[in-house]
Design a protein around this ligand. Structure first.
Ligand code: S3P
Length: 169
């Protein structure tokens, strides 16, 4: 039985917001791989990237994914690059229904502009940068997921309703 729900997808597609509400509604525990990586490293993601590069971030992320994948009853919000590694996908899929959250590049731009620093895109990025990175990841996202929801223009409650309907209670 897969008792976890893993949310995957690009930065700014609403994984944290929808995951928090989904966990509350299903009585599951919400965990975020980014937060667990920061906890494990003892420093924020920006500093992990700045000091050890993306590679060092991915090593810690992989350990976190392995550990949460072995647990039950979780809603797991995964960092946007987590499922680019096939071993992470296999680990997640062993006990999690994997849900891909999508959004248009423009919606993503608007949402991440409001959020905290995204070291992968740097401080200044264009719509074209978002499109390029999103395009390069689309295939990996689609093939890792059981199903996808386009969150563009939807409020969080609606996204959660759709997830609950698809996953079942
Ligand atoms: C990343 C997305 C970030 C974080 C890191 C790398 C990515 O997570 O894991 O900055 O490769 O897309 P969010 O998707 O939660 O922003």
């Amino acid at each position: 039985m897969r008792s976890n729900i893993a949310l995957i997808g690009f930065m700014g597609t609403g994984k944290s917001a929808a995951g928090t509400m989904l966990a509350e509604r299903l009585g599951k525990r919400f965990v975020e791989t980014d937060a667990l990586v920061e906890e494990r490293a003892g420093k924020p993601i920006g500093r992990i990237f700045a000091e050890g590069g993306e590679g060092s971030f991915r090593v810690i992320e992989k350990g976190v994914i392995k550990d949460v994948s072995a647990m039950d009853g979780l809603v797991i919000s995964c960092g946007g690059g987590a499922v680019l590694d096939i071993e992470n996908v296999e680990a997640l899929r062993s006990r999690s229904v994997v849900v891909l959250l999508k959004a248009s590049p423009r919606a993503i731009m608007e949402r991440i502009a409001r959020g905290d620093a995204r070291p992968l895109l740097g401080n200044r990025y264009s719509l074209e940068d978002v499109k390029r990175l999103l395009d390069s990841r689309t295939r990996a996202y689609e093939s890792a997921a059981d199903f996808a929801i386009d969150t563009t223009g939807l409020d969080v409650g609606t996204v959660v309703d759709i997830m609950i309907e698809k996953v079942g209670k």
